[in-house]
Write a protein that binds this ligand. Structure first.
Ligand code: FES
Length: 301
């Protein structure tokens, strides 16, 4: 018997926001849908978001799922969490936050929280017309686990976001390795590679010249030199380690007024969702840590 929290059991017995949101002719409102998983693999989730076009705000969220207790509770939790958020705010929700909302999930059931986060991302990407990464032929999207159709990019992401250190944990989070087991050695290699890249990024950031590290609002505005130094520091310490572990990187190219020009490298530069990467991973972080006025723009190498 799984050791579920009271919150998980409550949302399983009394799920909130179950069902679909039908397309609407209401003016200024659109419905976005994201679907992940497959019934053949045991779990599937379809998420519906009702979005106010002008504000990008999520007015309503509903789900349909084929899955276990944790899948129903995670989907229900997710719909409660996203209501009232803008799409950019919702995109920052991690699978860990979904599990935390539930007071935790048994590790073997963490894949349900990952499924919720992926359905949310799929719905928002669909709404924005951004292509989701596929595992056709590029290295970053290489298929690692053919039993469950799991790509290298997906494995790297779950390792980074959840600080995973063993292949068994990866199986619990995304199922990869849980079938024939022939991909477990590759998963071990990816874990080792992520760790090495994170360690290298940490060493590189420590070797940088220290700068004033207060991103707090100050009565005295930062000079342009201070702003560049602070942007560089945030990129080095908070953004690059995540991108590097994911096979990409970013370099500060220039600052023109509030426009931060960056060069995206590696997997980020060729990734079909690089626009989203820019907006979410870089711009949101710089707005939060340096200035709300900053806008990030990619330049060609
Ligand atoms: S290929 Fe991953 S479990 Fe079979």
């Amino acid at each position: 018997m799984w050791d579920y929290t009271d919150k998980v059991l409550d949302l399983f017995y009394n799920p909130k926001n179950q069902g679909a949101i039908e397309e609407t002719s209401e003016s200024g409102v659109k419905v976005a849908t994201g679907e992940v998983g497959s019934i053949a693999c045991g779990d599937a989730l379809r998420l519906h978001l009702k979005v106010e076009v002008e504000s990008d705000k999520i007015l309503d969220a509903r789900f349909q799922t084929f899955g276990c207790t944790s899948a129903i509770a995670s989907s229900s939790a997710l719909t409660e969490m996203v209501k009232g958020l803008t799409l950019d705010e919702a995109l920052k929700i991690s699978n860990k936050e979904i599990a935390d909302y539930l007071g935790g999930l048994p590790e073997a059931k963490m894949h349900c929280s990952v499924m919720g986060q992926e359905a949310l991302e799929a719905a928002i990407y669909n709404y924005r017309g951004i292509a989701l990464p596929t595992h056709d032929d590029d290295e970053e999207g290489a298929l690692i686990c053919s039993c469950f159709g799991i790509t290298e990019a997906k494995i790297r992401r779950v390792i980074v976001e959840n600080h995973l250190t063993e292949a068994e944990q990866v199986t619990n989070y995304v199922k990869a390795g849980g079938g024939c087991g022939s991909c477990l050695a590759s998963i071990d290699d990816i874990i080792r590679d992520v760790k090495e890249k994170q360690a290298a990024a940490t060493v590189a950031s420590k070797q940088k010249v220290p700068v004033a590290n207060s991103p707090q609002p100050s009565s005295k505005p930062l000079t342009n030199v201070q702003r560049i130094a602070l942007i560089q520091k945030v990129l080095d310490e908070e953004v690059r380690p995540v991108l590097i572990a994911d096979g990409g990187d970013v370099e500060l190219y220039d600052l023109e007024g509030d426009k931060v020009k960056v060069l995206l490298q590696g997997a980020c530069g060729s990734c079909p969702s690089s626009t989203a990467t820019l907006k979410i991973a870089i711009e949101a972080r710089l707005k939060e840590r340096v200035s709300q006025n900053l806008v990030v723009e990619a330049v060609e190498p």
